[in-house]
Design a protein. Structure first.
Length: 71
């Protein structure tokens, strides 16, 4: 099993989700993935602790997709 780390919310610092990637990406298709939403500004997730909008970038590699916090 690969080691995981918690990806922190940029606002409150609490965990948004767990990731095995050093780029903080998470497979968008797994049940444990945060709920990805979209609005006029792009993709985002809501922090489960402080409800902040956290901008996300959708990544694609072939038929696989993942998301990570926007930078």
């Amino acid at each position: 099993m690969l080691p995981t780390h918690e990806v922190p919310c940029p606002r409150c610092g609490k965990a948004l989700y767990s990731s095995v990637s050093i780029e903080d990406g998470v497979n968008a298709a797994v049940p444990e993935a945060p709920k990805l939403e979209r609005d006029d500004s792009g993709y985002y997730i809501r922090c489960p602790h402080c409800a902040s909008r956290v901008a996300m970038v959708k990544l694609r590699s072939g038929s696989a997709s993942a998301v990570r916090p926007g930078r």
